[in-house]
Unconditional design. Structure first.
Length: 255
């Protein structure tokens, strides 16, 4: 516990941490990643505050989470190539189980709940905006409410075989590696939020850098956190200690 708090106090002195915590107290409730064109999780607010790149930002957030300043929660799982670790070039492949062709046609069989007609999905769609039953001619107001998917049939354009379930693999276009679920590389992506259990502590130290700067400008050597030896010979921990010549000032921020 002592080491954990000691680690937090050092982080509180980081201007980037101070700016983030000030923003979190005022307006940021959660830090949710946005996935860029390479499917990488980005925290642009953090990047703008700290000037850090993607990898540095993820490390920064993990450091805050490990110190319990932030809590983290599972958000998404990235599927990456087991050979080159790329996440941006992964494509699902659905193949004919007989010949391995990717050129398969999918037929979805739909049942109209009103009249019981069972037809291929495309027969219900007269155009992009209207859905009309080819049997009773009723126009549907909502496809999901009035129609039910009862089955899917696939046909291979190469060997003409029919099947219900295609073979599913993943393909990396970056290194031409084809793989499946068993050997895929998975990376957990998290979202972060302020640890409310440390709210009092965080509020107390928001202005700590200003105190440190003022003390240093006055010629003091500042330690955050600081240790001071008491008259009984016991060492005590303080939020900050300032020393100058034979003078020692111990500061403990309380709320």
């Amino acid at each position: 516990m002592f080491e954990e708090k000691n680690f937090r106090l050092k982080l509180y002195g980081d201007p980037s941490v101070q700016t983030l915590l000030s923003s979190a107290l005022e307006e940021i409730s959660e830090l949710i990643p946005v996935f860029d064109e390479n499917r990488m999780p980005r925290f642009f607010i953090i990047e703008n505050i700290t000037g850090k790149n993607l990898i540095e930002t993820l490390s920064f957030l993990e450091e805050l989470a490990s110190s319990k300043i932030l809590r983290k929660e599972f958000y998404e799982k990235l599927v990456c190539c087991p050979r080159c670790n790329s996440a941006s070039s992964i494509f699902p492949r659905y193949k004919c189980p007989k010949c391995g062709s990717l050129e398969i046609n999918i037929k979805r069989m739909i049942e109209h709940s009103t009249c019981g007609a069972i037809k291929e999905e495309k027969e219900f769609r007269s155009d992009k905006n209207r859905i009309i039953c080819p049997i009773c001619k009723e126009e549907a107001k909502g496809f999901d409410a009035e129609f039910k998917l009862i089955g899917v049939t696939c046909t291979c354009a190469l060997c003409n075989s029919s099947f219900e379930e295609p073979t599913h693999t993943l393909f990396c276009r970056n290194c031409n590696c084809e793989f499946n679920f068993k050997n895929a590389l998975f990376i957990n992506v998290y979202k972060y939020y302020l640890n409310k259990e440390l709210l009092d502590e965080i509020i107390n130290v928001i202005d700590l850098p200003m105190l440190k700067s003022a003390a240093e400008n006055a010629g003091f050597n500042v330690q955050i956190p600081g240790l001071a030896l008491g008259s009984s010979g016991v060492t005590h921990e303080f939020t900050m200690t300032c020393t100058k010549d034979n003078l020692l000032i111990a500061i403990e921020l309380i709320r």
